[in-house]
Design a protein around this ligand. Structure first.
Ligand SMILES: Nc1ncnc2c1ncn2[C@@H]1O[C@H](COP(=O)(O)OP(=O)(O)OP(=O)(O)O)[C@@H](O)[C@H]1O
Ligand SMILES: [Mg+2]
Length: 310
């Protein structure tokens, strides 16, 4: 059964049988405040069958983290969004479609196979998937993706659906599939846009990325002609530095133009650049850092649940 703390709205998945009959009060493990177990009304109690429904959006959500411009925080965002969603209790698959293969390094894992080997059928999906954390699986990228791009290029037709066809075999078991993309525009990025429904574009406030964003929007529009389902749902300002006036100017401009999809910014935070060197997520390396707080906020926005990771 699901208990929801009336103070902080944290969800607790509890085995009803473990609550002794005479116990009338519970203490929230998140905010520490007590609340009445019964009579109902003081706390929200959902039956077992509704627990999953409450926690999950129906079906697998597929989110591509993408922007043609390099170094804007795509991999940092993909890894910390995926690991944050996993920490919040969702089952998550992170797919790295970049030849740089940064995501496995950032998570401190060394997979022997990854996306290329799964798509080309060299190994079975279960051999390509590596469990990086509790509830978090990774399909690694890396140099071998160059070979996969050639496979896509050689197809007479349907090349753009290669990734979608392959992931369709495994994605239903996940709540979220988060895809990290490479900078630029290559056959794999097109494949990602033919697979995901939601796009998240990190926009660096450090450098002038307005031009890059406009170009990216044009590229999305060219795909939308064939595939209406794909939409830019989140714009995430990154590298926000209050001391830099230009950074604030870009943020103001983004607010004017893209308010409905603009997320709270991710600040410039050295811990975010140090964490990968230790193979750790920001929640492991510096849980109290501003970077960790910003990414937790992003997780809440994406999952549309303000009680998560409090
Ligand atoms: N908010 C931040 N504060 C400080 N450093 C950051 C922040 N976000 C990312 N970085 C660092 O900036 C660099 C670029 O980030 P990242 O690799 O995530 O960008 P990217 O868009 O994936 O790059 P590429 O286009 O090459 O794939 C990395 O060294 C990363 O650790
Ligand atoms: Mg990257």
């Amino acid at each position: 059964m699901l208990l929801i703390c009336p103070h902080c709205r944290k969800h607790h998945d509890i085995d009803e049988k473990r609550i002794p009959a005479n116990v009338k009060m519970a203490k929230c493990r998140s905010c520490g405040k007590p609340f009445k177990l019964k009579p109902s009304g003081t706390v929200e109690v959902l039956p077992d069958y509704a627990v999953g429904a409450r926690k999950k959006t129906p079906g697998t959500r597929k989110i591509g983290v993408s922007l043609s411009k390099g170094g804007v925080g795509k991999s940092t965002t993909a890894v910390n969004l995926a690991s944050g969603l996993a920490l919040a209790g969702f089952k998550v698959l992170l797919v790295d479609t970049d030849t740089q293969g940064q995501d496995s390094f950032m998570l401190g894992v060394k997979p022997r196979a990854g996306l290329t080997e799964m798509v080309t059928g060299e190994v079975k999906p279960e051999e390509a998937l590596v469990q990086a954390r509790d509830k978090l699986w990774l399909l690694a990228g890396g140099k071998s993706l160059a070979g996969l791009k050639r496979v896509i290029d050689r197809k007479d037709f349907g090349g753009e659906l290669t990734l979608a066809e392959s992931l369709a075999e495994i994605d239903k078991q996940y709540d979220y599939v988060v895809i990290d993309t490479s900078p630029g525009w290559d056959p794999l990025t097109v494949n990602v846009l033919f697979y995901v429904e939601e796009l998240m574009a990190p926009v660096s406030l450090e450098v002038m990325t307005m031009q890059g964003l406009v170009e990216f929007l044009k590229s999305i529009a060219s795909i939308q002609k064939y595939r209406k389902e794909v939409t830019l749902k989140y714009l995430v300002p990154t590298f926000k530095d209050d001391r830099v006036t230009k950074s604030m100017d870009v943020l103001d401009r983004l607010q004017e133009l893209y308010k409905p999809i603009l997320c709270d910014p991710i600040c410039y935070n050295a811990s975010l650049s140090e964490a990968p060197g230790y193979g750790q997520t920001i929640y492991e390396y510096a849980p109290g850092s501003p970077g960790a707080q910003d990414y937790r906020k992003l997780v809440r926005r994406v999952a549309e649940d303000d009680s998560l990771l409090r």
